[in-house]
Ligand binder design. Structure first.
Ligand code: NAP
Ligand code: 3JM
Length: 350
């Protein structure tokens, strides 16, 4: 994309797993940056990061960090966003927030540009980036909703450890080495930092992502359920989710069962619809063993879909396998797309 003007951009959480990908994406997409502020907690303040040949010193994020900032990209956790996003808006910035802090706020658009880009125009200073697992699911289901109607979605996820941050990546690496050396595994972080029980992730599968809610679902599962309805503008879609953490580093995979509103839709029609969707790539050729995998999608910005087949009992039921890089389309790329859309459509002013 080419831009006429340049903007002052702040990246909050610039030293984190998402923040690093945010900088890589801003660079790759040649985002029009005038001044760049890299913000973190006190821990990383003073650290130097090179971006497009210039060296930047990371600063502690405070309300005054946002003076003169046009666009602030937040990925430093919900409590940081709750404290600092309103301060950024007060100082004239538009915030693209990667945390769950504001996603269900009726005044905050929750956006996957391929699905509901127009919602950005309604923003009052904050636009929320959905959860990584939600993003790839709704991107793949948008053409299904448009062409055949979407009645029901049942999803099980297979999620990479990078979705839980840099410390979780380190924990998997250390436990894997210990396991192969025949040593005891130290589990101190996953499934959820600060919870009373921790389980090893190496050579394991943990059916808990984020904290449990009173209804027996985890918060990650409820994010997928509630965010899907909001992004797809349909409270009537029935959604249920089971979210599982697995021992690989990058990309989330999802097994999705959908029920459409129309009878007699064929697998070929479903494949055709999905293959034409923006940002979605069909990789589906069972005869030649073609289907997407987490390793195969790592580093790419699209959502990959394969294994499309009809349910054996329900005429309106289909099964899909959906894979995408959780830190790119699931976080950094979706946020940068929202920022590009703000500029391209002249939606920066509130
Ligand atoms: P991470 O690797 O643990 O990085 C956390 C980042 O936040 C670091 O840059 C850290 O700075 C910064 N930070 C922590 N406390 C802070 C504070 N009080 N003030 C300012 N900065 C602070 O985690 P991550 O995986 O990058 O994820 C960060 C957040 O992004 C998550 O908590 C989540 O809300 C969101 N996220 C969203 C998605 C999505 O699906 N859209 C996916 C993953 C994550 P230091 O270096 O100083 O510690
Ligand atoms: C992905 O507030 C926190 O400590 C962050 C928890 C978190 C979230 C979240 O709820 O914002 C970790 C990883 C997400 C997310 O995208 O929903």
């Amino acid at each position: 994309m080419t831009f006429e003007k340049k903007y002052n951009v702040a990246v909050v959480g610039a030293t984190g797993a998402v923040g690093v990908k945010m900088l890589e994406t801003l660079d790759q997409k040649n985002f029009p940056i005038e001044e760049l502020s890299l913000l973190s907690s006190k821990r990383s303040a003073g650290k130097e990061i090179t971006f497009q040949g210039n060296t930047y010193t990371v600063q502690e994020a405070t309300p005054d960090s946002f003076e003169g900032v046009d666009i602030a990209l937040f990925s430093a956790g919900g409590s940081v966003s709750k404290a600092l996003a309103p301060e950024a808006v007060k100082r004239g910035a538009v915030v693209v927030d990667n945390t769950s802090a504001f996603r269900m706020d009726p005044d905050v658009p929750l956006v996957v540009p391929e699905v509901n880009e127009e919602d950005i125009s309604q923003h009052k200073g904050i636009i929320a980036n959905p959860n990584c697992s939600t993003i790839q699911m709704v991107a793949s289901l948008k053409p299904v909703q448009e062409q055949f109607g979407l009645a029901r979605v049942l999803v099980s996820t297979y999620q990479a450890v990078s979705g839980a941050g840099n410390e979780a990546v380190d924990e998997l690496r250390e436990q894997s080495q210990a396991f192969l050396n025949g040593e005891d595994l130290k589990a101190e972080l996953l499934p959820v930092s600060g919870e009373k029980q921790h389980y090893p992730i190496a050579f394991n599968a943990l059916p808990q992502i984020d904290v449990f809610q009173d209804n027996g679902y985890t918060f990650e599962e409820m994010k997928m359920i509630n965010e899907t309805k909001k992004i797809m503008h349909d409270e009537a879609i029935h959604v249920a989710a089971t979210c599982v953490r697995l021992p690989f580093f990058t990309s989330h995979a999802e097994s999705i069962y959908v029920e459409v509103d129309q009878d007699d839709i064929t697998v070929e029609q479903m494949k055709e619809a999905i293959s034409q969707a923006d940002g979605v790539v069909l990789e589906d050729d069972p005869v030649n063993q073609v289907y997407p995998t987490p390793l195969g999608s790592a580093g790419k910005s699209e959502v990959f879909v394969g294994r499309i087949r009809k349910d054996l009992d329900k005429d309106r039921g289909f099964h899909l396998w959906v894979v995408s890089d959780n830190l790119l389309k699931g976080a950094a790329w979706n946020s940068v797309q929202i920022a590009e859309s703000l500029i391209k459509n002249n939606w920066l002013s509130k």
